[in-house]
Design a protein around this ligand. Sequence first.
Ligand code: UDX
Length: 476
Amino acid sequence: MDHPSPHVLLFPLPIQSPINSMLQLAELFCLAGLQVTFLNTNHNQKLLLQHTNVESRFRQYPRFRFRTISDGLPVENPRSSVQFGELISSLQAVAEPFLREILLSSSDGVTEPPVTCVIPDGLFYYAVDVGNEIGVPVIPFDTISPCCLWVYLCIPKLIQAGEVPFKGNDLDVLFENVAGMQGLLRRRDFPFYRLIDYATDPYCQIALKEVESIPQSNGLILNTFEDLDGPLLSLIRSHCPQTYAIGPLHLHLKTKLAEKRMPISASSNSLWEEDHSSIQWLDAQPIESVIYVSFGSMATLSKEEILEFWHGLVNSGIRFLWVIRSNLLRGEEWNHQFAKELAEGCKERAYIVSWAPQEEVLAHSAIGGFLTHSGWNSTMESIVQGKPMICWAVYVDQRVTSRFVSEVWKIGVDMKDICDRYIIEKMVKDLMVTNRDEFKKSAEKLSNLAKESVGEGGSSRIGEITMEQGARQPPH
Ligand code: UDX
């Protein structure tokens, strides 16, 4: 019997980090010769086309195409002021019927074959139901950290054991029912640490629905590698045996492009305009003298927290490059005068931009460390470059990841919950000067393992081959 030729539909969460990693995955599929459709929201597609060369980059793959849908919100609504939960449910109202329609349609059969595999973000649990209903395989790509995903998978057990919701206010109590993390995971490291009522908390509810959908899916893709997350991957595989660890994805893609002698430079997937003057500034700084400071694309800080970071960094005497996005300030309109004063007050040893070419920044020889919110992409990008981290985790997976950075991988320190200029100053000095050699050694070791995992015969390459086979499998 003839099987339809494979056609993968990728559908990322409508935010920077998953769009970035899903585009990298899309390109890997293109390199494997698959037909690929990338489903983006109209809003993000406009930003992507405005700030990147993505259109011309993907033109070299004739079997690739973008499709767009509304995110369900009025066009004029500023997305930065919309709650994440609201965005996810408004998008679901549009995406669920769209997926059903596209999977039922057999296409025109002339320009492209019908979709034979869906790769949605792990949070789009409903895509698994739609695929199962129609008989099209669904392999979610979970773009958060695997250590957090494992905690999600344990939440039903934690609820059953009475560990969640918390009884009492002590955030240093250790969890007993998260296998593999006994003696490690405290309440303050829990993704929903402010949780009062798990039955009504929208984020926790989405996570629980995702947990239910994982065993119903045809596999799971994770942006990690066996040498980093091996023990956790074994545990995750007890829920989903076909779990493909194919990361670090950005390095995986670069390695494949290099092997095929294809261009790999200027491959930004940014929704903001990258300020390349940051690289010129770095070019003028001594080797490993600068700490890079960035809190990703969504995390916010209060004005008081921004000032504590500013004073801590300035008082440390270490040079720094800081990304201060226009939506970084929590609960207040962006104040240009405030930003100007911050930049003016530290210009001798620091440089502030509103968005940087992060991969290029982390790869720069002047960078010696990274003060990060512990978003999963930032963490992987830092691991690849062997840069030790100071973690200021804000929410969800960042809270678990930062614990792993400091206590499991030992490639940095975790500030967790105390934003104080004296602590920041001390941590910056420790990371960049006092304990530099120790952190650098463990970060470089992990960086080498990351490189091996995507090299020929590496574990992520084997993961990639089985993942491609999974995506090529015909419907049941
Ligand atoms: C979100 C969540 O906040 C995070 O917890 C989860 O792990 C992934 O989704 P985000 O805040 O976007 O992530 O952070 P992160 O995962 O670190 O991704 C940010 C991406 O933007 C990175 O790929 C980084 O290279 C890029 N970036 C960031 C830039 O290109 N320039 C910048 O100035 C800042």
